[in-house]
Design a protein around this ligand. Structure first.
Ligand SMILES: CC(=O)c1c[nH]c2ccccc12
Length: 116
C-alpha cells in the first residue's frame, strides 16, 4: 500500500492509537466531554482530550512520536481522574485504562526503537 511506503510512522502511530482505543471498552473516552451536559467541566479541566481529538491530531500530522501520543493519552486520563471522584465508574475506568494503555504504549515504544 502506498501509505505504508510513504509514511510508515503515521501508519504505526495510527495502529497504536487504535490499540489504545480498543481498551476503552465502555467507550467513555470516544468523544469530548459535552460542555452542555457538563457545564462545570472547564472549572476542573483546562485542556480537554479524547480519542476523537487524538485521531484528528494524528491525521493532521500533529504527532511525530509515540511520546507525543502518550502525552495526550496521559492528559485524557488525568482529566478524568481529576473531574470524577474516586467512587465513580469513570474514575475506575480511567485507572484501568491507564494500566492497560500503558502496556500498549510501552510495547509500541520498544517496537519503534527496534524498527528505527
Ligand atoms: C471522560 C469523562 O470524564 C466523562 C465521559 N463522559 C462523561 C460524562 C459526564 C462527566 C464526565 C464524563
Amino acid at each position: 500500500v502506498l501509505e505504508l511506503q510513504l509514511t510508515p510512522a503515521l501508519v504505526f502511530l495510527r495502529s497504536t492509537l487504535e490499540q489504545l482505543q480498543e481498551k476503552d471498552t465502555d467507550h467513555i473516552f470516544t468523544s469530548p466531554v459535552s460542555l452542555k451536559e457538563v457545564p462545570d467541566y472547564l472549572e476542573f479541566v483546562s485542556e480537554p482530550m479524547d480519542f476523537s481529538t487524538m485521531h484528528d491530531k494524528l491525521e493532521a500530522h500533529k504527532y511525530s512520536s509515540v511520546a507525543d501520543l502518550e502525552s495526550d493519552f496521559n492528559l485524557m486520563i488525568s482529566n478524568c481522574l481529576r473531574y470524577n471522584s474516586n467512587d465513580t465508574v469513570f474514575h475506575k475506568a480511567a485507572m484501568q485504562l491507564r494500566e492497560v494503555g500503558g502496556a500498549v504504549l510501552r510495547h509500541a515504544q520498544l517496537q519503534a526503537l527496534s524498527i528505527g
